[in-house]
Design a protein around this ligand. Sequence first.
Ligand code: SF4
Length: 369
Amino acid sequence: MKLSLFRYILSRKLKGVKRYPLVLQLEPLFACNLECAGCGKIQYPTDILRKRLTPEECWTAAEECGAPVVTVAGGEPLVHPEIDRIVQGLVERKRYVYMCSNAILLEKNLHRFKPDPHLILSIHLDGREPTHDRAVCRKGVYRTAVESIKTAKAKGFQVMTNSTIFSGEDPAEFRQFFSECAAMGIDGMMISPGYAYEKAPQQDIFLKTEETKKWFKDALGDWRQQGWDFNHSPFYLDFLEGKRDYECTPWGIPLRNVFGWQKPCYLLADGGYAKSYAELLATTEWHRFGRASGNPKCAQCMTHVGYEPSAVEDSFSSLPKFFELLRDVASTARLARTAHARQTKSYETLVAEYNSRESPEAKPVPSAS
Ligand code: SF4
C-alpha cells in the first residue's frame, strides 16, 4: 500500500495538482448500535438516521474523487444491509478499504467478507478494557472487540485498531494498551485526539491543543524504540507531540455522507454540502478554516483528518524532507524488528501482569442494554 500511495502522491506532484485527496471518508449511514459520549452522529433525528447511501453512490464517490484509500465509517457500517457489496465494489476498484467497526456485529458478519490485501478491518478501541467500555458507554464491548479481532486474524483478515484520545486518559495506560495491541498481532494502530463535536453529548472530554501535545509526548515519546506500529506518517505523530507545526489541509481527507460532500471537512459542516468532490474543492472557502484562520471551531483541532495530509504533504515538499522521511521509516522498521524480537509475551500474559500490579480507580461503566 505504501508504494501505491507513494506513486499516487508523486503523480499529483508531477502534474502540479495543488489540492488532492489521500483518503475518502465514506459514511454510508449515521445509524449505530452504540451511543458513545464523544460522538457527533447518533444525535441526528430518526429520519436522518434511517438514510443510507446505496452501493452505487459509494462507488461513484470513490471514482469521482480518486483517493487511493477509502475509510468506510458511520455510524456502524455493519448495520448497513449492503455493506458487503459496498466494500467488495471498492476493493474491485483497487481502493485500499478500511472498514471501521465497533466489532459488536463483526463475528457474525465476517462470512460476508473475503480477506484481501486491499481490505483492512479497522476496529474501534479507545484504550484498555475499562477505558474503552467507558468511552463507548457500555460494558463488555472491549471483550467483544478483542475476541472479534482474534477471530478475524485467524481467518486471514488484516486488522488494525483506531483509537480516539479524550481528556483525562492516562498516557501510561495507553503505552500498555499499545504493547497489548502489538502482542495481539494487529497489523497497525491509528490514533487521534478527539474533536469537540457540537453535537457530542459530553463536551468536557476533549483535549485542548497544549494538552494534546503533552499527552502525546508522554504517551509516544519513544514509540519508534518501542516498535509500535502506527499506521500514520511519522511526521504526523511528531506533530501530535509538538515537534512539528502544520496548517490544516482538510481537502486531503474529504467526507461523503448521506447529505453530500461535507464542507469543509469530516468534523465541521459549517460550509454546507457539495454535490461532488470537484464542487467541494471549487466552492469551499478554505481560508475560513484551519487554525491559522482564527476560526474558533478550528482553534483546538489536531485531528488526523485535518493534519495527517499536511504531514504527508510536508514529507513530499522537498528532496531533503523526503529523504528525512525515508531515513525515519527505515530506522523505525529496524527498531521495530529489534523490539519484536525482545517481546515474547502473549497478549494474555501482558494483560494479566498489568492487571495484577495496577488497581485503577473504578469509574462507572453503563451495563449492556
Ligand atoms: S482545523 Fe481543519 S480539520 Fe480541524 S475542524 Fe478545522 S477545518 Fe476541520
